[in-house]
Design a protein around this ligand. Structure first.
Ligand code: NAD
Ligand code: MG
Ligand code: ZN
Length: 282
C-alpha cells in the first residue's frame, strides 16, 4: 500500500530555494548509490546549465519540497557514479509511493519538455505559480498538462476470456484490449469501436470497473468488462498479432502485476471462483 502522507503532489514555484530534486529525461530518472532524490542545490551545481530544459516543483516527499529537472539527454557522466533507471523498472520494483511520485514527476517533466514554446504563436512560455500550466505572455493562451484517456476492456463469453497480443508485448504475453479515446466519442463508444477495430467483434452490457493513471507517457486508463455479442475474431493487421478465447485453467502469460490489465483479469477470475478480490494499486 502506498503511504499517501509520504508523497503529496503540489504546485510549487521553482523560484523557491532548497528541497530535493529529481532529474528526468524521456521516462528515465538519474540515480546514484543513494537513490533517486538529490539535494537540489547540490544537483544543480553538478549539471551544466544547457542540460536543464525545465524545472518544476511537483510536490512534497516526507514534508520536503520536490522539484523535477527535465534534462536534455542521458549523459551519465553528469554525476559521479550516476546511472539512469526507467520508470517501468520502478513500477516493477513495487515501491508504490516512489512510483506514484516518479509517475507524476515524469508526466510533468515530459509535458514541460514539450511545452517550452507556445503551439499557437510560437512564443516562449512561462510556468504559472498558481496552477499547473504554462502561460503564453504574447497570446495569453494557457497550456495544461496533457492526459490521454484510454479504454481497456476484458471481454468474456461464458467461461472464456478474450486476450490478445500486440507485437510490442513481451514474448508470450496476452492482455486485454486497449485504445485511445478519440475526439467526439463517449468512452462506451470508444470500447465498442476499439473492439471492432482490433478483433472485429461486437460487445454489449458494458460495465465500468475502475481507472488507473498510466504515466507511459500520459494515459488515463478507464477499465471495463464487456460481454461478447457477435462475430468471429479477425485480428487488426499490424496492431494485433494474435487474439484468442482462453479458459481460466489455460491462461497464457499475463501482463505485469500492478497494471489494470492484470487487475481486470484477476478480478473476473476471483468473482467467478468466489476467491478474495485483488486490489488495484494506486
Ligand atoms: N495499464 C495497463 O494495464 C495498460 C494495458 C494496455 C494498454 N495500456 C495503455 O493504453 C494506451 C492505449 O493502448 P494502445 O497502445 O493499445 O492504443 P491504440 O489501440 O489506440 O493504438 C495505438 C496507436 O494509437 C496512436 N496513438 C498514440 N498515442 C495516441 C494518443 N495520445 N491519442 C490517440 N492516438 C494515439 C498511435 O498510432 C499508436 O500506434 C497506451 O498508453 C498503453 O500503454 C495500459
Ligand atoms: Mg490497442
Ligand atoms: Zn502564444
Amino acid at each position: 500500500m502506498a503511504d499517501s502522507n509520504l508523497w503529496q503532489p503540489a504546485v510549487i514555484d521553482a523560484g523557491q530555494a532548497g528541497g530535493w530534486a529529481l532529474a528526468h529525461c524521456r521516462q528515465q530518472f538519474l540515480c546514484d548509490a543513494r537513490g533517486v532524490l538529490f539535494p537540489r542545490a547540490w544537483l544543480k551545481a553538478q549539471l551544466p546549465q544547457p542540460q536543464v530544459l525545465a524545472e518544476h516543483g511537483v510536490g512534497h516527499f516526507n514534508g520536503q519540497p520536490v522539484f523535477v529537472l527535465e534534462l536534455a539527454d542521458h549523459a551519465e557522466a553528469l554525476l559521479p557514479g550516476g546511472f539512469w533507471k526507467g520508470l517501468r523498472q520502478f513500477m516493477h520494483e513495487g515501491d508504490l509511493t516512489t512510483f506514484r511520485m516518479l509517475g507524476y514527476a515524469a508526466q510533468v517533466a515530459t509535458w514541460a519538455r514539450q511545452h517550452r514554446f507556445c503551439g499557437s504563436c510560437g512564443g516562449p512560455l512561462q510556468a504559472l505559480s498558481s496552477e499547473r500550466a504554462m502561460a503564453c505572455p504574447r497570446c495569453e493562451l494557457h497550456h495544461y498538462p496533457r492526459l490521454s484517456p484510454s479504454i481497456i476492456v476484458l471481454i468474456s463469453r461464458g467461461d472464456q476470456l478474450l486476450l490478445a497480443r500486440s507485437p510490442r508485448f513481451a514474448a508470450g504475453v496476452y492482455s486485454t484490449l486497449a485504445g485511445f479515446v478519440e475526439p467526439g466519442e463517449s468512452i462506451e463508444e470508444c470500447v465498442r469501436r476499439e473492439v471492432r477495430e482490433e478483433v472485429a467483434l461486437e460487445v454489449g452490457n458494458l460495465r465500468y470497473i475502475a481507472s488507473q493513471s498510466w504515466p507511459f507517457p500520459h494515459s488515463l486508463m478507464l477499465g471495463f468488462h464487456a460481454d461478447y455479442l457477435a462475430g468471429e475474431i479477425v485480428p487488426q493487421p499490424e496492431e494485433i498479432e494474435d487474439a484468442r478465447w482462453f479458459t481460466p485453467d489455460q491462461l497464457p502469460p499475463l501482463p505485469a502485476h500492478g497494471s489494470i490489465a492484470r487487475y481486470l483479469i484477476e478480478l473476473y477470475l476471483a468473482r467467478r471462483s468466489g476467491a478474495a478480490e485483488p486490489v488495484l494499486p494506486g
